[in-house]
Unconditional design. Sequence first.
Length: 368
Amino acid sequence: MALAIYRKYRPKSFEELIGQKEIIQVLQNAAKQDKLAHAYLFYGPKGTGKTTVARMIAKLANCEKRRDDKKFHQQGEPCNECGRCKDIDAGRALDVIEIDAASNRGIDDVRELREGIRVSPASYERKVVIIDETHMLTREAFNALLKTLEEPPAHAIMVLATTELEKVPPTIVSRTQRFNFRKLTIEEILSKLRKIAATEKIKASDDALELIASCAEGSLRDAESLLDQLASIKSDVELEDIEKIIGKVGQAKTAEFSDLILAADLSGALKYIANLNSGGYNLVDFNKELIQYWRRLLSLRFDSTIEELFKQELTKKEVEKMKEQSAKLTPEKHLKLIKDLIRAYSEMRYSPFAAVPLEIAIIENLSK
């Protein structure tokens, strides 16, 4: 059975990891100096590398070549060749324990884990415990975990990972080294998708890959999973295929429609909405994307330096298009448009005729 793309292309070294440069540098320096901490807390959005880096820490702590390998001491990278590294990658290392707090969240689960941590490693130098979705633990479980963090065995390393830091008690947070995993930029995700598509011989247009990267919202794992899903349906992945499967309109269509608004082309705008509607697109989601698009246009109109922030969410080509459009804005006129689109969005969500509120908003703003 073929591995899922996100599992097949999971990074095995820091060199392969996308983004998170600051985190990588700190951990590599700690590994080179043999100063890995006893407890880490990784927090940030899903699919940004938290569990992957946790496994790399397990390899850094136990790699068979860590004592005499030049690469290890120069770069702080596991060898990925020894039996221990391979076992950790394959998920069969007895001294690396991974639990999902969403399904093992009670005090009895944590007590059992505590007892297991106290026992010396079976064959490795360090026992590594990775707790995913840590915020799902109960209050009693957190209290039990706190005792281990306060008095950790010398042979143990704990890595806690969460997408919701605010739900982790301060007493737990304060006893760990904390690392914030940021969302990946569109360009970072796009670069990885292009490499995967080339390696897997998936025929995918660049517009299609851009939409996949956009839909992932900073999560590489989600982008890889979506590419895998689409490639299993069609050998040639095109933009229109993705739009219809996921029901989301790409940035290109939002930009085209915005050109019609800026040109005050009422007839063209209404035809565009009609074509989207008859094509099976979700107009509620389209209007949501449109509101976001125009928010960005207005932001660029008033502060051109904000484009650096947008480059994290958009491709360079998309940012350039928006800069061109923002120069044509009339702030007072188009502020009203955004307000009307927001009102239409609220009405569309509960209307049996989703196109009507959007059409009314466009007519009110483009009719002379």
